[in-house]
Structures are given as structure tokens and as C-alpha cells.
Design a protein around this ligand. Sequence first.
Ligand SMILES: Cc1cc2nc3c(=O)[nH]c(=O)nc-3n(C[C@H](O)[C@H](O)[C@H](O)COP(=O)(O)OP(=O)(O)OC[C@H]3O[C@@H](n4cnc5c(N)ncnc54)[C@H](O)[C@@H]3O)c2cc1C
Length: 487
Amino acid sequence: MKHFDVAVIGGGILGCFAGRSLLRYDLTAAIFEAREDLCTGVTRANTAAIYAGYDMKPGTLKTRLCVEGSRNFEKLCTELGVRYKRCGSIMVCFGESGAKVLEKKYRRGIENGVEGMKLLSKEEVHALEPAISPDIYMGLYAPYSGTADPWELGLAAAENFLANGGEILKNCPVTAIEKNTDGYRLITPNGEFTARAVINCAGLFADEVREMTNPPQVRIFPEKCDYVVLDTTQSNLVNHVIFFEPEEKEKGLTLVPTVDGNILIGGSTVSASDKAENLTTVEGLEKVITQAKEIFPALSAESIIRSFAAIRPNPWAVIADEKGEFIKDGGSINDFTVLDDGDFISFIGIKTPGLTCAEGLGRLAADKIAAAIGKTAPNADFDPVRPPETRFANISREEQAKLIAADSAWGRMVCHCRHVTEAEVIAAIRAGAVTLDGVKRRTGAGMGRCQGAGCSMKIIQLLSQQLGIPASEIKKDSHGSKMIFKR
Ligand SMILES: Cc1cc2nc3c(=O)[nH]c(=O)nc-3n(C[C@H](O)[C@H](O)[C@H](O)COP(=O)(O)OP(=O)(O)OC[C@H]3O[C@@H](n4cnc5c(N)ncnc54)[C@H](O)[C@@H]3O)c2cc1C
């Protein structure tokens, strides 16, 4: 039976960062991921904004990690070779009651230690965002804010974890855990493993994983949010991450000018009956589009190239009712829920700003677990740096010509919208992509205006050749999403 000092359950962004941080210590660690690829859960579908930290209650773990995380985000992305657009954010409002909320958030930001914030007059907002509605009343600007691709960052952390000696077991759901005197026995369909300690980063399912060895304490109640993505033809419309402050609520709608030049808009909240329910709703999408057009009147709904739903893992404390069933106790928990059971740490329902805080949360869990099992000696060989991927579309003509001369695969264009070459797709497959969306998340192929109409067949062929499996076995993303049904 294979043994690791620490088993990380879940290969989303938190699991990838927890694993990476663990290897700063002289210990062995593995990430167990239920699905065929990493970063396909909550990390795949969210707002992708880096929050400055003025929104949150002073003195909480969430606030501390968010303020630190946003301040250090550029350095983290440079270290991991990941794109980060530190464009700053502006929270805007339409009237006096909204202005009072922005002033309150400004004061809260000062208390939280957020640097460089500024309250903007209507004219100042328009100077920074010329296409914004003339009815905007006021803005709150924060410079340590921006956007990154969540999966790009998570996958980079995972690569760095592997490069430092970590092990990743995909298609390996942990279905049961037994506690014994030396730690834990993890049962999976691929066999049993032992670990001295566990970090539970199972996202939407983290409550269920914790309950494999502990009584229920906090459970996840899902909620759904709808999003739309605009084509890059609209990229000049929005310059900053824009938060729309409706009235007293934390935030209403967010518009994000992504690192790829799209505008991501969301997310209207709709209730969800289960954790896997990720279908968009007409009602949710209409709300997003209507509200977005109120803020940017020139925004064209015809330039929407994609819509998707994200699932928000809301954590609630639970108690047993008279029938012994666990029901919600009090309100939804606002701070990050990190349940510390000594040598078993669980992140339950980490929602916004989990992306901003992923590195901080990973480090927190790794430090606690290393101390709990007495493995605090540093790993002298740990290298935090991961070199950036070469993106054909972003290099000079001379550099492109050199690459093509060395390997003709650089000269064969696969995705014409995003200018992604065969060499990049092959590199992505070698790095672990096994589905069309796995290639998309690693290279951007299929993310352009045609949404894969032009390149999907070529990518299926490359996946088939590289993985040595029939094209009919290649999936778009999750279970049951085969693309080819018969020859
Ligand atoms: C709608 C929405 C918008 C958001 N917007 C932002 C934002 O703009 N900025 C920001 O900072 N944060 C944002 N967040 C928060 C951020 O996206 C999340 O905190 C983060 O992605 C959570 O990552 P995770 O690793 O916990 O979960 P996931 O990405 O869901 O990863 C969990 C993994 O565990 C695996 N797993 C589950 N059960 C098992 C098992 N038994 N065995 C093995 N593996 C298992 C799953 O397959 C999955 O891959 C947003 C969140 C939501 C929901």
C-alpha cells in the first residue's frame, strides 16, 4: 500500500496550492483528484477577479488573506509564469444611497489595510471608463485588483508541485477514509493508500469528505450564478474590473476585462437544487445582460460568445433535528471555514475570494499540517519558480520563425481565432490534458469567437494520436460528453 506523509484530497486551485506549499517542507505529498483533470470544479467557473479586500469584515481570516493575496498576486503570478492583468477595479453606483455604501467600503478598506484606494467623482470615473453610463454617480477605485485565469494559475501550481517531487493521482476519487493509529487509510477505486495526515480541498464535496471521519459540523448548500462572455471585439469597452454596487448588498454585477481580451460578466444568483446542477437559466442570463447594459449602454448582446453557470458552495453550520437529520443552524458562514481536526484539515465552502487567497490558504493548511505531524524541516531543494509557457500568439515574428525552423508543429495553426499552434496543443496534452476543454484551459484553443467550431476536430485527432486512444473516446470535458458517436 503506497504511503504519503500528506494526502491532499481535491485538485482544484486550493488543492494545487496546498500541495505546492507542503513541498516547502521535507515531506511526501500526493493530490487525489476524482476527475480526469485538475481545476474542473469551482475553479473552472467563477468571476476571475482579484479582490482588494475592502468588501470584507475587518479582523477575519478572509480579510487578512485577501489583502495580503491581492498585494502579492503579481509576484505570485510572475513566480509561476502565469498571466496577471493588474488593471485595478472600480466599484460604481448610480445614486446617493449607493455612494454612502461606497464611502463605508472605503473606510472599511482603510481599516483592513487596503492600499491606494480612492473615491472617484462621476467625472473621474468617466475619464477612466469612457464607455460607462452617463448616469454613474460615483466610484471606488482600488489599484491592487485585477484578473487572472483561475485554472491557468491552479494548473501552474500543480506543475510546480510535480516539479518539486509531488504526485498527482487523477481519476482517483477518495470514497472512504479510515482513521487508524498512524494516520489515515484512503480507499479509492484504484486501490488503497495511507497517509499520516489529510488536507481536504474537495470543493463542493468537502463537507462529505470530512464526514467520512468526523460528525457533521458545516455543510455546503449550493447556489448557482449565470455568466456571459463577450468576444474580444468588445475588449475596448471595459478597462477595469467593474463592480456594480446596487444598494446595500455586497456586490451586484461584475464586469471583468480578462487576460485573453474578452469581457466576462456575471453572476446573477439563482437557487440550485444540487451540487452538480450547472445549467444556465434564461432568467439569470437576461438579468446579467440587462444589468450590464445599464452600466455600459454600448455593450452589444450580439457579441456574447459563451454563457455558463457557476456553482457557489455556501457553508452553513448544521445541527441535528429531532429526527436526527442535519439542518441549517443560524446564517450562512461569512468567513473562510477551515476546520482543524489536528492532522485532518478541511476547507469547507471556500467561495469568493478563494482565488485571490488560494496561495495563502494553501500555505496556512500546509503550515498547520507540517506542524501537526512534526515535519517542519524545510525542503532545501524546493524551487517555487515555474517558467511561463511559450504562447505563439504573443511572441515576435522573429521568435515565431525560429520556433518553426526548429519544429514544424509550431507552423501548423490549430486554433485560428486564438492563433494556437499544434506544438502548443501537443505540449498541453503532454502536461496532462486529456479532454478538449483540458486543452482549451491550457492553451486557449477553442476560446475564441467560433468557440471551437474550427479547431475541435483537429484537437480530437491530436488527443487521439498523443494518448493512443480512438477519437470516439475523446470527451469534451466531463463524464458523458463524448464528441464523436459513430464513424
Ligand atoms: C460563482 C463564483 C465566483 C467566484 N469568483 C471569484 C472571484 O472573482 N475572485 C476570487 O478570488 N474568488 C472567486 N471565487 C472563489 C474561487 O473560485 C473558489 O474559492 C475556488 O475556485 C475554490 O477552489 P477549490 O479548490 O476549493 O474547489 P474546486 O475547484 O471545486 O476543486 C475541488 C476538487 O475536488 C475534487 N473532489 C471532490 N470530491 C473528491 C473526492 N472524494 N476525492 C478526490 N477529489 C475530489 C473535485 O473533482 C474538484 O476538482 C468564486 C467562486 C464562485 C462559486
